[in-house]
Design a protein around this ligand. Structure first.
Ligand code: ATP
Length: 137
């Protein structure tokens, strides 16, 4: 297959990835979306997860927050709240964010936004997972 995908990962802070790949795998609510060249045009929400961008035998992993994937004409745009490659992840910060979110969830206080804490926990676990540091829950 000679065709490839131009992939951009974009966040409110700027572009994290802009390169050519053979395959993209992201997580939507209903499951995994695998994108190969000549995929039909579509837009789908994506969830907090690891996006995998594959080229030859290598796979680039990016921790992403929620957002959207848009596919059109072999151009893939992953537009998300946040995106980090493994070496950009600050493990200590993610650990602290995880602890903070867990504390808030356990408190069961009326003034704590449960959904917000739950999403913060997911983001932190996702980041720690990607760098293989999620040893304790
Ligand atoms: P925190 O509470 O530590 O800010 P968060 O999950 O609320 O974590 P986000 O709102 O998802 O943070 O991200 C805000 C910005 O900070 C984004 O640019 C994101 O890439 C960056 N960021 C958040 N946590 C980390 C981390 N552990 N390592 C590197 N960058 C991070």
């Amino acid at each position: 297959m000679d065709k490839q995908l131009t992939v951009e990962v974009v966040t409110p802070d700027g572009q994290v990835v802009n390169d050519v790949f053979d395959m993209v795998v992201v997580q939507a609510k209903q499951g995994e979306i695998g994108v190969l060249p000549n995929h039909t045009a579509m837009i789908s929400p994506v969830v907090i997860s690891t996006a995998r961008l594959k080229k030859d035998k290598e796979s680039m992993k990016v921790a992403i927050g929620g957002g959207f994937i848009e596919i059109e004409n072999n151009h893939v745009t992953i537009l998300v709240q946040s995106a980090e490659t493994p070496k950009k992840i600050d493990v200590e910060r993610a650990r602290k964010a995880k602890e903070r979110a867990m504390r808030r969830i356990k408190q069961h206080r009326k003034d704590v936004d449960f959904r917000r804490a739950e999403l913060a926990l997911k983001r932190a676990i996702n980041r720690l997972d990607l760098v293989g540091e999620d040893k304790k829950m």
